[in-house]
Design a protein. Structure first.
Length: 202
C-alpha cells in the first residue's frame, strides 16, 4: 500500500493562489499500480471561475520504494499535475515568459551528449516541450508543467546509437555502440525553440 499526502491549491494563470488561503492537504492511501480516486469536487463548489485558473496538485508518497541498482531504497516520491477546470482553449492563459539557455554539463553521464538546457518560467507553463529542427538527438523530458519562477534542467540525448562494424574481429560478440552527431552549444542555442500550451495556439 502506498501512503502519502495530496496537496491542492487553486491558482490563477499568473501563478498566484486564489480562493483558498492555503493548500488543502489530504492524506491518501492507494494500492500500487492501481487507478484510485483521491479527490473530487463539484465544479459549482470551486472558488474560481473555470476559465480563469487551475488546480496545482502535488502528490508526495512518503513510503514508496525508489528503484536503485541495489534493488531499491525507501524514500518519498513527488508527482505534480495541473488540473484544468475546463477545456484549455477556453482558458485565459498568460505568456509564461519561457527562457532557455544551453550549456555544457560537467561529467560524462551515460547516454548524455554533455549538453543541458536550463529552462526558466516567469508564469505557469503547461505541456512544455523543446525542439531543435535539423539537429540530431532528442531531449530527455517533454510535456511537463512549470510553476511560476521554476527552473528546470533538460538534458540532450544523442541520436540513437550506431552499432559498430560486425566485420571487425576485435569487436565480434560485443555490443559496443557509439552516439552519433551530438550538436555543440552554439549550434543548439541557435536552433533551440521552447514551446508551451499557450504558444501552440499562436
Amino acid at each position: 500500500m502506498v501512503r502519502g499526502e495530496l496537496s491542492l491549491q487553486p491558482r490563477g494563470f499568473d501563478g498566484s493562489p486564489v480562493g483558498w488561503r492555503s493548500p488543502a492537504v489530504i492524506a491518501v492511501e492507494a494500492a500500487p499500480e492501481a487507478a484510485t480516486l483521491l479527490w473530487s469536487c463539484p465544479l459549482s463548489d470551486m472558488s474560481i471561475r473555470m476559465h480563469e485558473g487551475y488546480i496545482d496538485a502535488r502528490l508526495v508518497a512518503t513510503n514508496s520504494v525508489v528503484a536503485t541498482g541495489g534493488g531499491g531504497s525507501a524514500g518519498p516520491i513527488e508527482r505534480r499535475a495541473a488540473l484544468f477546470l475546463t477545456e484549455p482553449k477556453a482558458c485565459a492563459l498568460v505568456d509564461a515568459g519561457l527562457d532557455a539557455a544551453v550549456s555544457a554539463e560537467d561529467g560524462d553521464a551515460v547516454g548524455s551528449s554533455g549538453l543541458v538546457v536550463r529552462l526558466r518560467a516567469k508564469a505557469p507553463a503547461f505541456y512544455v516541450a523543446l525542439s531543435a529542427e535539423g539537429l540530431d538527438g532528442r531531449f530527455d523530458d517533454a510535456g511537463f508543467h512549470m510553476a511560476a519562477g521554476e527552473e528546470r534542467l533538460v538534458r540532450v540525448v544523442p541520436e540513437a546509437v550506431i552499432p559498430t562494424l560486425a566485420g571487425d574481429p576485435r569487436l565480434a560478440g560485443e555490443s559496443r555502440q557509439r552516439a552519433g552527431g551530438a550538436p555543440g552549444v552554439a549550434e543548439l542555442s541557435t536552433a533551440l525553440r521552447a514551446y508551451d500550451l499557450r504558444s501552440s495556439y499562436e
